[in-house]
Every structure is written in structure tokens, then in C-alpha cells.
Design a protein around this ligand. Structure first.
Ligand code: ADP
Length: 269
């Protein structure tokens, strides 16, 4: 198997320096390590997402994307390295760090037997929002995903695409600095996939929200500001889709990705 060029370039591209350090950074992942027994699921991962930036985290199955998201959402702690969200260290300052995150997990997490509204209300209560603010935020986000009319329906009656929209609306209720999307289109039909991606790109443009979008689907990374390619727990390369095509000498991002990830290409199709 070809060993992709790794190390300095990807890491340097991801390490914030000079004027980008600090206030401009929505998410900083620095040299993060996570092991499961002898398996290094994350092996010194450094990723930076700036405010208002859409970063696609592209990697084949087993790359470590979900493990990274579990650390980012505070479910587990890293064995090494540091994570900061909106300038708050996730270990030392967990409350402001976690309240700056909006998360859509890979597996659905809505209560199917409750209404759309009750699911959203549960989230605003968790965040301690005053009732009037909560009502306004819920109305705004439901309208943004086009589900105002369905708010009293049970979640179980919604299509897969609409359930994802509710999860997206929920993730935005507390106005996070960064939205984490862990393979958010898995199991959706092409039209619903497209709608979710278009909506998130619009949020980025209109609200300057930062986005980290994990995917193994190259077409979802094509419209991002930057692509971070991961495999086997390491960042192999980071840059715009154009940078990656140029550096890998390919016509398409898909070819660049296949060249970088070598033998794991078939898993990434
Ligand atoms: P991805 O989301 O990119 O498919 P994962 O983060 O799920 O990658 O997996 C990264 C590596 O960590 C894989 O080798 C996987 O087998 C391993 N792994 C993930 N979760 C666990 C776990 N709970 N216990 C042991 N190994 C795990």
C-alpha cells in the first residue's frame, strides 16, 4: 500500500498561528490521542476550525471520526492532547466549552414517542433557557428547517430526512459557535442528503456558524472551505479541495482522496 505523505504539511496547515490564534478559532484539537487497548484510534490529531468556516472531516470507515466526535462532545476524555471550544478547554472549563457546541450525532437521538416540540423543549430546558426565549428560539429554528406545521406531530411519524432536520434545529437552539455533524446523512435518500447539506451551508453563510462535518462521502466535502483527510487515526492532509487536487496532481477531490487513502479507497466509495 502506498504510504501517503503525512506529518508536517497537514499538521502545520492545522496549527493556528499568528492572528488566527484565539478569538478567530471556534474549535482547536491539538495533538489528541485516544487508544482502545493497543489500538490508537486517534494518533496525534490536530485540527482547527475557524469561526464561520465549514470544514469537512473526510475519512474512510475506521479513520477515527466518531472517536473524535465522542471526545469533542465530552463523552470520553482524550489520553493526550487538548481540545478547546470557543477558547474554553473542554476538560478545565467543560460547561462553557460544551454549551458552545451544537451536535448532530450519527445515530438518531430523538425521543420517537414525543412530539417535535416536546423534543426541542427538552433541550431548551437542559440549557436552562427562560420560557420566552425558548419559545422564540424553537419557533425560529423550526421555521428555518420548514417544520413549523409538524411541531405537534410525534417524531415517529416523520420521514428520515425530517427527523434529521429536527435534530439540526435542536442542535442550534442554544446558538452554538460550532456545529458538529457526525456523518449526518447516513441512511438518507439523495434528495434529503442534499437538503441537509444545503441548509448547513446556508447557516454558515448567513450566521457565520462554524461547522465540522464528518463524512466518508467525497461529494459532501466538495463544497467545504477546507477538507481534513483522516485515515487510521491520523490527519493525512488538510487544505481547500483545490489545494488537495493540486497537491495530489488529480482532476477531482475524489481521486485525490483515493490516492491519499490508498488501500482503504473501496470503503470510502
Ligand atoms: P470512523 O468513525 O471514522 O469510522 P471510529 O472512530 O468509529 O472511526 O473507529 C476508529 C478506530 O477505533 C477503529 O479501528 C475502531 O475499530 C476503533 N474503535 C472505535 N470505537 C471503539 C470502541 N468502543 N472499542 C474499541 N475500539 C473502538
Amino acid at each position: 500500500m502506498d504510504q501517503p505523505s503525512r506529518g508536517t504539511r497537514a499538521e502545520d496547515a492545522e496549527r493556528p498561528s499568528g492572528p488566527t490564534r484565539g478569538a478567530d478559532v471556534a474549535l482547536s484539537v491539538a495533538d489528541v490521542v485516544k487508544t482502545y487497548g493497543s489500538n490508537r484510534a486517534l494518533d496525534g490529531v490536530t485540527i482547527t476550525v475557524r469561526r464561520g468556516e465549514f470544514v469537512a472531516l473526510l475519512g474512510p470507515n475506521g479513520a477515527g471520526k466518531s472517536t473524535l466526535f465522542q471526545l469533542l462532545s465530552g463523552l470520553f476524555t482524550p489520553d493526550g492532547g487538548a481540545i478547546e471550544v470557543a477558547g474554553h478547554d473542554i476538560r478545565k472549563n467543560a460547561v462553557p466549552a460544551l454549551s458552545s457546541l451544537g451536535i448532530v450525532f450519527q445515530s438518531p437521538t430523538l425521543d420517537q414517542e414525543l412530539s417535535v416540540l416536546a423534543n426541542l423543549k427538552f433541550h431548551t430546558d437542559l440549557h436552562g433557557m427562560p420560557p420566552r426565549v425558548a419559545r422564540e428560539r424553537i419557533a425560529t429554528e423550526l421555521a428555518a428547517v420548514g417544520l413549523t406545521e409538524r411541531q405537534h406531530d410525534h417524531v415517529r411519524t416523520l420521514s428520515g430526512g425530517n427527523k434529521r432536520r429536527v435534530e439540526l434545529a435542536r442542535a442550534l437552539l442554544h446558538e452554538p459557535t460550532i456545529l458538529l455533524m457526525d456523518e449526518p446523512t447516513v441512511g438518507l435518500d439523495p434528495r434529503s442528503r442534499r437538503e441537509i447539506l444545503t441548509h448547513v451551508l446556508k447557516l454558515k453563510r448567513e450566521r457565520q456558524i462554524a461547522v465540522l462535518w464528518a463524512t466518508h462521502l467525497v461529494d459532501e466535502a466538495d463544497e467545504s472551505d477546507r477538507v481534513v483527510v483522516m485515515a487510521r487515526g491520523k490527519v493525512l492532509k488538510a487544505g481547500s479541495a483545490a489545494d488537495l487536487r493540486r497537491d495530489m496532481g488529480t482532476q477531482t477531490l475524489s481521486e485525490a482522496f483515493l490516492k491519499l487513502t490508498g488501500g482503504e479507497a473501496s470503503e470510502a466509495a
